[in-house]
Ligand binder design. Structure first.
Ligand code: IMP
Ligand code: MG
Length: 178
């Protein structure tokens, strides 16, 4: 285990099983639809790459970069788009793929932003959900795990750009970010 990790919350095997489950559910729910998965960079890149291989549909993949976290562990509350989706979303069934839904500020902004592209529908799929931290009215249509109110890293989630490569999700030792 990485020396900066206090404990492992979700193992590689647990994540794998959960991602498969979500992929199968999406496959059922979106049969015959025109799906585009929009990954929120950078955090969602690992989750999306595993998830898309568990979805048995004709679908496309796009990305955008949204950022409300600077280097710190607390949201600045201001969302910016650094990289936008490349293709048209007109008439598409958009599934926004996130690593973690925390305050909800980012996803609330993104849903409004993407709705302006006239998609057929917008759904939210997040691997982790911290519902107790929510300050906006946004819900995940698909989620993997409810997360405790701790700072998590691994499987795409970072602190100051580190730990994204850990194959598990762990609780970061508070002394790293305090
Ligand atoms: P929100 O706008 O507060 O919901 O924040 C969402 C974004 O904050 C996520 O996409 C993550 O990139 C980041 N974030 C929130 N909680 C954590 C965490 O525990 N570890 C790493 N990143 C987090
Ligand atoms: Mg993120």
């Amino acid at each position: 285990m990485n020396k900066d990790i206090e404990s492992i919350l979700f193992t590689e095997a647990e994540i794998k099983a959960k991602v498969k489950e979500i992929g199968e559910q999406i496959t059922k729910d979106f049969a015959g639809k025109n799906v585009v998965l929009v990954g929120v960079l950078k955090g969602a890149f690992v989750f999306l790459s595993d998830l898309v291989r568990c979805i048995d549909l004709d679908c496309s993949v796009d990305f955008l970069t949204a950022s409300s976290y600077g280097k710190g562990a607390v949201s600045s509350g201001k969302v910016t788009i650094a990289k936008d989706v490349g293709g048209s979303l007109e008439g598409k069934d958009v599934i926004v793929v996130e690593d973690i839904l925390d305050s909800g500020v980012t996803m609330t902004f993104l849903k409004k932003y993407l709705a302006e592209r006239n998609p057929e529908s917008i759904s939210v799929c997040t691997l982790l959900d911290k519902p107790d931290r929510r300050i906006t009215d946004v819900k995940a249509d698909y989620f993997g795990f409810i997360s405790p109110n701790e700072f998590l890293v691994g499987y795409g989630l970072d602190y100051a750009e580190k730990y994204r490569n850990l194959p598990y999700i762990g609780i970061l030792k508070p002394e790293i970010y305090n």
